[in-house]
Design a protein around this ligand. Structure first.
Ligand SMILES: *Cc1c(COP(=O)(O)O)cnc(C)c1O
Length: 391
């Protein structure tokens, strides 16, 4: 039997055998296309801010990429999430179902509406929210009353379900949408990490009422900072756009607003960068899938870890490559991350589950045993597209 330190060094050497000798960050953007040409064109046009041709073009191209009728570009993914919640009528005092194993933005957006997250556990197989646990919770802990579905314990209305596609792997949308339909709840997909991923041949973000993407610097496609909402509902798309542009009533010269809106529109200069990046999405996905195969071949030889992979009916963008350490060595998680850092490899654990964070400790929840177990064992390893460009 191996001792713990030889396990740690074998794992790190195996990762390094794929990344090569140069230091490797967790995820770096790649600007191999028209980024300079389009941002120059944008600057020369004088329209760098919230109006301009690149924003419209980015929205059209994003909608085409994911197969949605409409896309509205925003200043980041968090603001996009916030707008979708407002658009489905999430109000102060409501609860919104989401996983506890997600980036804090999911729960923050819910909080911005004055609502509370209602945390549901994830599956180990896809790290997405567990539809059976949603169904169990809703069937035994809620009642339908005038005005909606109410949590019997807290008295709060439950007003939406927000699954998240973890590290680029689609959640089980088919079953989640069925459960949501049973209780008449809208589904908002937090697809921030999953541009380029599909579920049963449909792009993620299009099964729910809304899909939300992020184009932050660490995502598969970046606009510097940015986000977007996609939907097939024209009325809701208009509403989102209106809210994102300070609820200004379109007019040649009059400045009038018909409700409290938000300054959440994506600037044109960011969209210019985004148009160039979107052209490369197929290449980025191919590179990341190639990187997955390289790691997969190398990591089979390391005992007591598993390498996280897509399920058969899904196609992943492999945004972040993910290993899961066996329970036997889970106590080594921080020593793995620190030892890797010493040799120039940036590794990262999963997010601290949100119900363990100060602002969300009091939030209602189901059993979260899978979330807690997986969070102790997940490590993301260097995942930049550039690492997968060569065969
Ligand atoms: C990146 C991300 C977001 C949005 O992040 P922004 O930085 O606001 O663009 C939302 N949810 C998840 C799960 C994310 O990973």
């Amino acid at each position: 039997m191996k001792n713990n330190s030889s396990f740690v060094s074998e794992l790190i050497q195996t990762i390094k055998s794929v990344t090569g000798d140069a230091p490797a960050a967790l995820h770096e953007p790649l600007f191999n296309g028209n980024e300079l040409a389009y941002t120059r064109e944008c600057i020369e046009s004088g329209y760098v801010s919230s109006v301009g041709a690149f924003v419209n073009r980015f929205e059209v191209e994003l909608a085409e990429t994911v197969g949605a009728k409409f896309a509205v570009a925003t200043m980041n993914g968090t603001s996009a999430l916030h707008l979708t919640l407002l658009a489905v009528g999430v109000k102060t005092g409501d609860e919104v179902i989401c996983p506890a194993l997600t980036f804090v933005a999911t729960a923050n957006a819910i909080s911005y509406c004055g609502a509370s997250p209602l945390f549901v556990d994830v599956n180990a197989a896809d790290l997405g929210i567990n539809y059976e646990k949603i169904d169990d919770f809703l069937s035994s802990n809620t009642e339908m009353r005038h005005g909606g579905l109410f949590n019997k314990a807290t008295g709060c209305r439950i007003s939406a379900i927000m699954p998240m596609h973890t590290f680029g792997h689609s959640a089980n949308l088919q079953e989640i949408v069925i459960v949501a339909g049973k209780y008449n709840l809208p589904v908002i997909e937090d697809a921030a990490e999953a541009l380029g991923s599909t579920y049963q041949n449909h792009h993620v973000g299009t099964r729910g009422l809304f899909g939300v993407f992020s184009f932050n610097g660490n995502k598969i496609v970046t606009t510097g900072g940015g986000g977007a909402v996609v939907t097939n509902d024209e009325v809701l798309a208009k509403k989102i756009k209106h809210l994102s542009t300070t609820a200004k009533i379109p007019h040649n010269w009059k400045i009038e607003h018909d409700e409290v809106g938000y300054n959440y529109r994506m600037p044109n200069i960011n969209a210019a960068l985004g148009c160039a990046q979107l052209e490369q999405l197929p290449n980025f996905v191919a590179a990341k899938r190639n990187l997955f195969n390289k790691y997969d071949k190398a990591l089979v030889n390391v005992e007591e870890i598993s390498f996280f992979r897509e399920l058969p009916d899904r196609h992943s963008n492999y945004w972040l490559q993910t290993i899961v350490i066996g329970e036997k060595y889970q106590s080594e998680l921080s020593s793995i991350i620190e030892s890797a850092q010493e040799v120039g490899l940036q590794l990262r654990p999963a997010w601290t589950p949100l119900h363990q964070l100060t602002p969300f400790m009091q939030c209602p929840r189901t059993d979260l045993s899978v979330t807690e177990n997986m969070a102790k064992r997940i490590i993301n390893i260097p995942s930049s597209a550039i690492l997968g460009l060569n065969p």
